[in-house]
Design a protein around this ligand. Sequence first.
Ligand code: HEM
Length: 422
Amino acid sequence: MREIPTDRGIDNTLSVLFEGYRFISNRCDRYQTDIFQTRLLFKKTICLRGEAAAKVFYDNEKFSRQNATPKRVQKTLVGEGGVQGLDGETHRQRKQIFMALMTPERMAQLMELTRQQWEAASEQWERRDSLSETLRERVVLLDAAHEVLCRAVCAWSGVPLPEAEVERRTQDLAAMIDGVGGIGLRYVQGRQGRVESERWIKTILEQIRTHQLDVPEDSAAYAFAWYRDPAGNLLDLQIAAVDLLNVLRPVVAIARYITFAALALHEHPECRQQLKDDAEYRELFTQEVRRFYPFFPFVAARTRHAFEWQEYHFPQGVRVLLDLYGTNHDPHLWEQPEEFRPDRFRQWDRSSFNFIPQGGGDYNVNHRCAGEWITIQSIATTLDFLVNSIQYDVPEQDLEISLSRFPTMPKSCFIISNVKRI
Ligand code: HEM
């Protein structure tokens, strides 16, 4: 039996705040290991990195998600009672509601809606520019993408979004994402965003259930309003709202990857021509954006029972973190991981465990992200728009990405100006 290397210190929660996305990798590098134990939030925690680690982490026999997610993440980002905390058959059934939405036809419709929203937004930017020099538009791309995606996903999901509510709903969904790692005001706004959004979505679901609102049968709103479990019961209204929000909120979250994609395009102008001409290259570029830039640092689970793995002993009920960012930057898996190189994905072996920005394993039985295909397509669709539909300048700004802010983004949120439609 091997001893799991132990991190020094009584509790390392503060180090997570300071080192952020690099917390696990820093220790893996320091102790020359892909596994170590530490104390976080005053509890023993085993941290893992790499492909073999991801394989064991997604073994449902060994790990459970019940009570694995910290309260603050539930109060802002994911909500309580949703799919993320379920296990076994109950999880599989709930997950199926999400996966059934992901048909090629339905995803193509979402891309069409997204495309239309980008076109409409750019028309407005251009119009405002021609009105007056003083109004000359500086577009904050992260904010613009939040709104575009909010409009698109509400239309796609059957959730009515009156024009007067667009700003408020977008801000609430964006606050849930931004608030998760915040302290003080940012966290409070995240919680408020969740309270407001759940109230809004519960009203919509009630209207559907009482036939005051008719929504298409293939929409997410219909799916969560009318899903019946094997015993014939509808989902509890609160839980249905949490899980319908598990479609709306993460689509809005793609705005961060879009912002990173625009930044990558700005910093790698040599990729522009190929991005213009070649849809396949747009996908390689998109994959590299998801590998290279930080979004979720790690995911958490608990051991169901004691077991041994690679001669290490895992006790029952211990919290385990899998390093998503670190695995995507693991030098054993990726050549020169700190370089942005879309072409590396030409040789990628498509393993479900080595490239895990949105989790790993199987979509239907594991907790791997239900919206990974939508995410890839949305980034690629937006890249196509950025290179083929508009021209813009990138004014001087602070583009630094802090690895200790969660979730992070370029400090300026990526500003563009002088937008002209081509
Ligand atoms: C789960 C990341 C977009 C729906 C997850 C997980 C991660 C993740 C890390 C957890 C994996 C795990 O626990 O093992 C992301 C990122 C996104 C994104 C970075 C892009 C910004 C989406 C979209 C949807 C979505 C567009 C829309 C449907 C979900 C759902 C789960 C999930 C429902 C829970 C799955 C389960 O517990 O079985 N996502 N996601 N995500 N994601 Fe995403």
